[in-house]
Ligand binder design. Structure first.
Ligand code: CUA
Length: 268
């Protein structure tokens, strides 16, 4: 059988195209590390999000080593948390769900791009090697302010990252002559121990206390303040732990039973 030369050229060209299409689709499916979002992360009742173990307090959690889990709640028209911070050289698994309508969670410049459907939890894992800043966008039309729905992801250098939290309990007022206590609660969200120093500055005085907070727990550091050293009046205080600080004012009032006479505002 004689096949015309043009016919052979067309046949060959068609074969090349077919092989080319298959190669492109195969590469697109597995090449750049694209994973489809499945239902492995489970489902959730959107009305119960506030009571859900994972989503009641969305945010960053340290799993161990360089692994982190980030839970995110999407709602019209924002993400909680609005800003996410993770360290470089980390493997981050995102769990995202929606409180109301269908949104998306797309980290611009990465492969992270998923629909967020109320009732479903989308899960995806990403490796962040270098520090950088990424925008987070909603790609599903979700109502009037869809275009304003955005978030931020900061990948910070490893040595600048921690999950430390500081909260301070201190009285507003104390009678002159009495001692009082200012308590620093230091929380450590990492799995490893946190060794740090808590510092209280009040008036001219400064006291330091070394503290070791075990992984995933909180320690209380109590500073005793003697009003005899401070004298009457308002004294500003600052508690510092690493880069975190909290401050306030302690009033030392005369203990003569009519403190409100000179204060005037009769604090409760
Ligand atoms: Cu949410 Cu668009």
């Amino acid at each position: 059988m004689n096949i015309h030369t043009y016919e052979k050229v067309w046949l060959a060209a068609a074969m090349v195209l077919i092989v080319g299409f298959i190669a492109t689709i195969t590469y697109g499916a597995v090449g750049p590390g694209i994973a489809m979002i499945d239902d492995e992360a489970g489902s959730i009742d959107p009305a119960e999000i506030n009571d859900d173990e994972r989503f009641a307090e969305p945010g960053v959690e340290h799993v161990g080593g360089n692994e982190y889990e980030v839970t995110v709640v999407a709602q019209a028209w924002s993400y909680s948390p609005a800003e996410i911070e993770v360290p470089a050289n980390s493997e981050v698994t995102f769990y995202v769900t929606s409180r109301d309508v269908t949104h998306s969670f797309s980290v611009v410049g990465t492969n992270v791009n998923t629909m967020v459907i109320p009732g479903q939890v989308s899960e995806m894992t990403v490796q962040f090697d270098e520090p950088g800043e990424y925008g987070i966008l909603c790609n599903e039309y979700c109502g009037e302010y869809h275009h304003t729905m955005e978030g931020k992801l900061n990948v910070v250098p490893e040595d600048e990252f921690d999950l430390t939290e500081l909260s301070v309990e201190a009285p507003d007022e104390v009678d002159a002559g009495n001692e009082t206590t200012i308590t620093a609660n230091v929380s450590n969200g990492m799995q490893e121990d946190l060794e740090t120093t808590a510092t209280l500055e009040i008036g001219e005085q400064q006291s330091e206390r070394d503290v070791t907070v075990a992984g995933d727990s909180t320690e209380q550091v109590e500073f005793t303040v003697d009003t005899a050293d401070l004298g009457e009046g308002d004294h500003d205080w600052t508690v510092t732990v690493d880069d975190y600080e909290e401050s306030g004012t302690l009033s030392v009032v005369a203990d003569d039973g009519n403190a409100s006479a000179d204060g005037g505002d009769g604090d409760a």
